[in-house]
Design a protein around this ligand. Structure first.
Ligand code: AMP
Ligand code: MG
Length: 414
């Protein structure tokens, strides 16, 4: 068998090579409603303090703390959203609701649970205050939650629900963020038909394209479907050029092994620069990475192997970090956790293996336990079913006994 001309690089080297070619996409301005999941490209400060006025923490009575417990006339009321049109004099109280501005003259709030209603006198309601409070009790002073001018978010932070809430708080209705990368997906192979088609002789259905499009969407990219290219130089070239014109990242699957009709590597050699064409890993050894300059911007091209498991595993290992870096994540790596093996696992003496497993929390052992998905054949997509982690098994003779600790890359939804 002819040797591949590409040197075998380690997964770590390959990933470093990929990330070295990635720069965050130029920032865009988005309305807040569309910002979820994006990474901020600028610091955000509060212009006004929060609360902007001394606000009641409770439903109850605004009081002058020095008055102390006793019976008092209720001279007015302030609900949230209103402003008192009176000044509270010592010896009087005002009804107040949570979030309402303290009336001028008042310096504390007594919660309603510490009071008793009394009969009105001369049509003025009265109340008994039972609690002794100090100035400031149950009042949020101006700026206690957010000070005026305070930085509430920094460039590089990813926007989740709390961050969206903070942006809303400070009135940032438009935010400057890195856009989601556009990722085009191309399947290659004469044997492939779309999922809705009946199978003819020698045909199989194209699983990789719907799978990778879904993975891209799940990991925050904008998926673009390039369809299926035939194992034909001109057809492949046309599809690849179409992808490069539209997308930041192009993922092809298939056609990267050593067969005569494995045309992707030579095609990438002539339309760009191939950075690696072989990685010491199982599955996914022939994964290929190239870049090409198109319309003044560097496009990333991943030639993923055709076997469904290999294509998805290599997408997680290299494609997801690349997408995250383009999207502006300061740390684009997959998250790692430690887990104990539920069963013994045989090791591969030639290549580190990314063994698909389902991690679940074991409350007794107080640890994640990794359950293998079974036969790890790279064509067997069932080995990715319900997998939320890739166990990083070392290149080694023999097996790891049940109960061994392994590191695992988290691939579940995040
Ligand atoms: P290749 O890398 O093109 O030699 O493909 C390796 C194996 O993966 C072959 O058995 C192909 O039929 C299969 N394969 C390639 N592309 C796909 C795809 N999009 N969906 C399902 N199987 C595929
Ligand atoms: Mg093929």
């Amino acid at each position: 068998m002819p040797e591949s001309p590409y040197p075998m690089v380690s997964v770590e080297e390959a990933l470093a090579t990929v990330l070295a070619q990635c720069t965050p996409l130029d920032p865009v301005i988005l309305p807040l409603e569309q910002a979820l999941g994006h990474v901020l490209a600028e610091d955000v400060r509060a212009r006004e303090p929060l609360p902007p006025f001394p606000a009641s923490v409770k439903d109850g009575y605004a009081v002058v703390a020095a008055d102390g417990p006793g019976e008092y006339p209720v001279v007015g009321q302030v609900a949230a959203g209103q402003v008192a049109d009176f000044r509270l004099q010592p010896g009087t109280v005002a009804y107040i609701t949570t979030g309402a501005p303290l009336p001028p003259g008042a310096d504390a709030v007594v919660m309603v649970e510490e009071t008793d209603p009394l009969p009105s006198q001369d049509e003025i309601p009265r109340v008994r205050i039972r609690a002794r409070v100090r100035p400031g009790d149950d009042v949020r002073p101006v700026g206690v939650d957010v000070a005026a001018g305070q930085q509430v978010l920094a460039a590089g932070e990813r926007l989740g629900p709390a961050e969206i809430g903070l942006l809303a708080t400070v009135g940032a209705a438009q935010v400057t963020v890195h856009p989601r990368p556009r990722v085009a997906v191309l399947s290659t192979g004469d044997e492939l038909v779309s999922p809705e088609r009946a199978l003819g002789p020698g045909q199989i259905r194209d699983s990789n394209r719907p799978m990778l499009l879904a993975a891209i969407a799940q990991h925050g990219g904008i998926p673009m479907d390039l369809g299926i290219a035939r194992d034909d130089q001109a057809d492949l070239e046309r599809h690849v050029q179409q992808g490069l014109a539209q997308a930041d990242i192009l993922l092809s699957s298939g056609g990267v092994s050593m067969g005569d009709l494995d045309l992707i590597k030579p095609l990438l050699e002539h339309s760009g620069t191939v950075h690696f064409g072989r990685v010491r890993m199982k599955p996914g050894k022939p994964v290929t990475f190239a870049t090409a300059e198109v319309q003044g911007r560097r496009r990333l091209i991943f030639g993923l192997p055709g076997n469904p498991v290999s294509s998805l595993v290599t997408f997680y290992l290299f494609g997801v970090p690349a997408m995250r870096r383009l999207a502006g994540w300061p740390d684009p790596h997959l998250r790692r956790v430690h887990a104990r093996l539920a069963q013994p696992l045989r090791l591969d003496p030639h290549r580190p293996e990314y063994h698909r497993a389902t991690l679940h929390w074991d409350p007794e052992g107080r640890a994640f336990v990794a359950v293998s998905t079974g036969s790890q054949a790279s064509s067997r997509l069932l080995s990715m079913r319900s997998a939320n982690a890739l166990l990083e098994l070392p290149q080694q003779e023999g097996e790891l006994p049940a109960g061994s600790w392994v590191s695992a890359l988290w691939i579940g939804a995040c």
